[in-house]
Structures are given as C-alpha cells and as structure tokens.
Design a protein. Structure first.
Length: 270
C-alpha cells in the first residue's frame, strides 16, 4: 500500500480535508493539519515558540493537529512522525483557488508542497474555486467549529478528480522535471469536463490595506482577476470551466544571460 502524506491549511475542520481523506482512503494516509485557518501565510515557519501537537479523528481516521503553520505540519510530519518516506504529499483541498502569481506565492496550500519538496517528497496542491458567498459560509463554519458534512458538497468535483490525479501520479511516478503540481478546480456547475496545462497569470491585487487612525488594516484589494482573458493561464482556465494543472520546479528559476551578466559591469566595491 502506497504511503501518502496529507496536509491542510484550512484547519482540521475543513470540509475540503474530510472530502480528500474519503477519496484517498485506499492509501496508507498520514494526515496532519493546522488547528486554525492559516490562509495567506505562505511558507512561514514557527520560530521562538513551541509548536504543540495533538491527535484527533476525522471520519474515524486519525489525524495530527498542529498549532502552527502548514509548513510546520510538513516539516514536523516528515521528520518526526512518518516511519517511512511517503511516495507523495497531497495538500488541500483548499477553500478557494490558488491561481495567478499573487495567490500562488501567498498560498499556504501550495507552500506546504514546497516544504515537502525541500524535505525530499514531491507533492500536489489541490484548490477549489468557489463563489464569495460559498467561501464565506464555509470559512465561517470552520471558524465556528460546525459539522463539516453540510459543506462537503462544494468539493464533489475536486474530491473525485483529486483521487483520479493522485492515482495517476502514484501509478506512473511524478514527472522527473517537476517537484510540485498545482491543480485548481472551477465550481462544479462551471466545469466543462476538460483539463488544461497552464502557467500562472501575472496579476497584482494592488494595496491590500486601508489606513486607519490605529494603523493599516487588511481590508481587501483590487481583485480584478475576473477580467483575465490571457489564454493558457490558470485563471483563464478557471473562467472557461477547465481544471487548471500547473507544474513547478524548485528553486525559483534563475536568469543567467548576457544582459543580466553585464548588469553589474560598472559596479565597483571600493
């Protein structure tokens, strides 16, 4: 039986996590999740503070809960909990998409796979796009520790296809050229029945903060990603009902050409 490491950044109470576990139950799962929602924390690692761990059950499946960040979950899990190196790390299913450069680099779901790759285990990040209304309902349910079953329906498509993709990767092996695969699902009602390999759309959300008498408060941003029309990008795919699949290698791709080599030609250190 293949060993699969499952991690989630929306907390142990996320319906996306419970759906993923149910769809991957044929594997030997090690499940580790954050205790609280840790969206937008990217690959943060806890420092100068103890990280506490406890055990809980999800649908009769034992899970480890960590009061830290998703990258903490991965690093602690792979180095201190698993007895055998997993064949694959699976992160998600995230509440909301992780498409475009802005979301991608902020995503703790994707960052968990980055930490996994650093630790020597390749991974897949699964993320489910949904309406603002559905997102608010689900996250409020998670924060208020309500039963997850009511909202599992929003992950029907992503749960089913996550299983198909995981099975496929474990049967054929991870692509040698890649260390991470990021998969974004459109809402089930928009799905056109197809998938497409994409690249991240380069998009800026502008200022995320508003100035107040007490300081700066995160209130949102200029979220114009719904206007994306650049074919072949992840957000374009979601707008058009495709499942978006993006492959990544690490580290950040270095640029080494004549132009950058000459950039510092006039730099003098003394």
């Amino acid at each position: 039986m293949k060993n699969v490491f499952v991690v989630n950044d929306d907390s142990i109470r996320s319906p996306g996590l419970s759906v993923l576990i149910k769809n991957l139950e044929k594997y030997n799962l090690t499940v580790i999740s954050t205790e609280h929602i840790r969206s937008w924390t990217s690959k943060a690692i806890t420092v100068n503070k103890y990280v506490k761990l406890k055990k809980e059950f999800i649908d009769n499946h034992q899970a480890y809960v960590i009061d830290g960040f998703p990258a903490d979950c991965v690093n602690i899990g792979l180095n201190h909990i698993v007895k055998e190196k997993p064949e694959l790390l699976v992160s998600g299913i995230n509440i909301g998409e992780n498409a475009t450069v802005g979301w991608l680099l902020s995503s703790a779901t994707v960052a968990a796979t980055i930490e996994g790759a650093i630790c020597g285990v390749k991974g897949i990040a699964f993320s489910q796009q949904m309406s603002d209304e559905a997102y608010d309902k689900i996250t409020n349910s998670v924060k208020n520790k309500q039963p997850v079953e009511k909202y599992e329906k929003f992950f029907n498509l992503s749960g089913k296809v996550s299983k198909i993709i995981t099975d496929y990767v474990l049967e054929r092996g991870f692509p040698a050229e890649a260390k991470i695969i990021s998969v974004n699902f459109p809402p089930e009602g928009k799905f056109n029945g197809k998938w497409v390999v994409t690249r991240p759309y380069y998009w800026s959300y502008g200022s995320l903060f508003s100035k107040t008498p007490e300081g700066y408060l995160k209130t949102g941003g200029a979220f114009t990603e719904n206007r994306v029309t650049e074919e072949g990008t992840d957000m374009w795919a979601l707008h058009n009902g495709f499942i978006s699949i993006t492959f990544f290698d690490l580290p950040l791709i270095p640029i080494n050409n004549k132009k950058v080599a000459n950039y510092f030609s006039n730099l003098r250190l003394s």
